[in-house]
Design a protein around this ligand. Structure first.
Ligand code: NAP
Length: 420
């Protein structure tokens, strides 16, 4: 495929897929989007660390710059925020990594992140939350945190069905709800905004399958917890729980059991080789991640619960500077750090690139490069332990030395070379 502004590397091979399985060459072309704001700092920093980890494990990444947000407006024109060719390039190459994109506050701006995830049907937002030794944490035992959150990415509040107070549309919806559906004493008189959230069987089941499949693949992940607010929203959040259990019961045979069976038949003792699916109400879950941290492994959630809970998990192990993430679809992955574009620090060579570097780790592991992923993790951890860290960590530890984004990445590369 030829592009207007995207330069395809001369060398390198495309990642392809057959029957939902990736075929990854040792010289893949990987699209990279640096992003807005501090994306210009963390993007190139992460790129060099990831290149070094690939090289240290006998591979070579051929990066292909793609554009969105400010970088797209500069290249394609003032009103182009998400060029079609950026979406096409990511779709065509199957795996990609991006930095943060700014969403201007105000009416009429759709989040570019949401647009990308929806256009590419990246239905699972996945965030592994694990502790790196040396990172300051508010918890007494931060090392107990080792959870992976699977957040549904295409429906619930992300479906964006809302009507503004004072509009003709909202009055039509009010009339329909009151007169046709009989909820005539439910909505207060006067101006009202109304939102509708869809949670479907299709959307729920494919997300829960991803979470269960992931737990089955990992040696140390036995519990998959469905997190919902089904006590209040019975036909959306409650349905998420019910469909989630249905997947577990109907599609996995003996490999997966539910919490009922665990208590009825096994007195709470899980079999060593089975994944256990249970469920928790979202508000309780927010407590449990702090009070019973080591009892949870994989959390599967509708969009809004996933938003709150994945950030709360991240806070327990050192916050946004190191929190990685990725979005998955059918044989596709778009990795991205959890943090935003922190515009006040843009271009200052100040912020922590670890979140984007560790997002690259997720991407590499998805590509089957576990050795490179482990190397990245160990190198970032060793660098943090050295005490030469970016401002966010330095300000919270005794005797640390502050380094910039670029120097931090260079030193992580040196750690990779030492560890390889
Ligand atoms: P933010 O950019 O994540 O920044 C909030 C704060 O988090 C920063 O002020 C900084 O805290 C800390 N932080 C963020 N990135 C860091 C890093 N790499 N290293 C160390 N600390 C870091 O959140 P925001 O200010 O609410 O959002 C800014 C823009 O980003 C908005 O337009 C938002 O829509 C967008 N956004 C994009 C994405 C995405 O692209 N996926 C995600 C979230 C937000 P201190 O100043 O306290 O040190």
């Amino acid at each position: 495929m030829s592009y207007e502004h995207i330069e395809v590397p001369d060398d390198g091979t495309k990642v392809s897929a057959e029957d939902g399985e990736l075929d990854v060459p040792d010289d893949p072309i990987i699209p990279i989007l640096y992003g807005d704001g501090t994306g210009v700092d963390v993007g190139p920093a992460a790129q060099k660390v990831l290149s070094a980890a690939a090289e240290a494990t006998g591979r070579e990444v051929h990066w292909m710059r793609v554009y969105a947000g400010e970088s797209a407006r500069e290249k394609y024109g003032e009103d182009v925020n998400l060029p079609d060719e950026t979406v096409d390039a990511i779709r065509e190459h199957r795996v990609a990594i991006k930095g943060p994109l700014t969403t201007p506050v105000g009416a009429g701006f759709r989040s570019l992140n949401v647009a990308l995830r929806q256009t590419l049907d990246l239905y699972a937002n996945v965030r592994p939350t694990y502790y790196l030794d040396g990172v300051p944490s508010p918890m007494a035992n931060p090392e107990e945190m080792d959870m992976v959150t699977f957040r549904e990415n295409t429906e619930d509040v992300y479906a964006g069905i809302e009507w503004e107070a004072g509009t003709e549309e909202v009055e039509q919806v009010r009339e329909f709800v009151e007169e046709e559906l009989g909820f005539d004493e439910t909505i207060h008189d006067g101006p009202v905004g109304i939102g509708v959230k869809p949670i479907s069987e299709f959307g729920t089941k494919r997300l829960v399958r991803e979470a269960i499949d992931y737990a089955l693949e990992q040696e140390n992940k036995q519990f998959v917890t469905l997190v919902h607010k089904g006590n209040i929203m019975k036909f959306t959040e409650g349905a998420f729980r019910d469909w989630g259990y249905e997947v577990a019961r109907e599609e996995y045979g003996d490999e997966v059991i539910t919490e009922d069976t665990l208590w009825e038949e096994r007195d709470g003792e899980p079999p060593a080789d089975a994944v256990v699916v249970n469920d928790r109400i979202a508000d309780n879950m927010l407590q449990q991640i702090q009070t019973r941290t080591d009892q949870y492994d994989v959390l599967a959630m509708p969009n809004l619960n996933g938003d709150y809970i994945s950030d709360a998990c991240g806070a327990q192990i050192g916050g946004l500077g190191i929190a990685p993430g990725a979005n998955f679809g059918e044989a596709r992955c778009l990795a991205e750090p959890v943090h935003g574009s922190a515009p006040k620090y843009a271009g200052e060579d100040k912020v922590n690139p670890s979140a984007m570097i560790l997002s690259g780790r997720i991407l590499f592991e998805y590509m089957g490069w576990e050795d490179a992923g482990q190397l990245i993790r160990d190198a970032v951890e060793a660098q943090i332990q050295s005490g030469r860290v970016t401002y966010d960590i330095e300000r919270q530890i005794e005797g640390g030395e502050r380094v910039g984004t670029d120097a931090f990445a260079d030193e992580v590369v040196e750690q990779i070379e030492k560890l390889a």
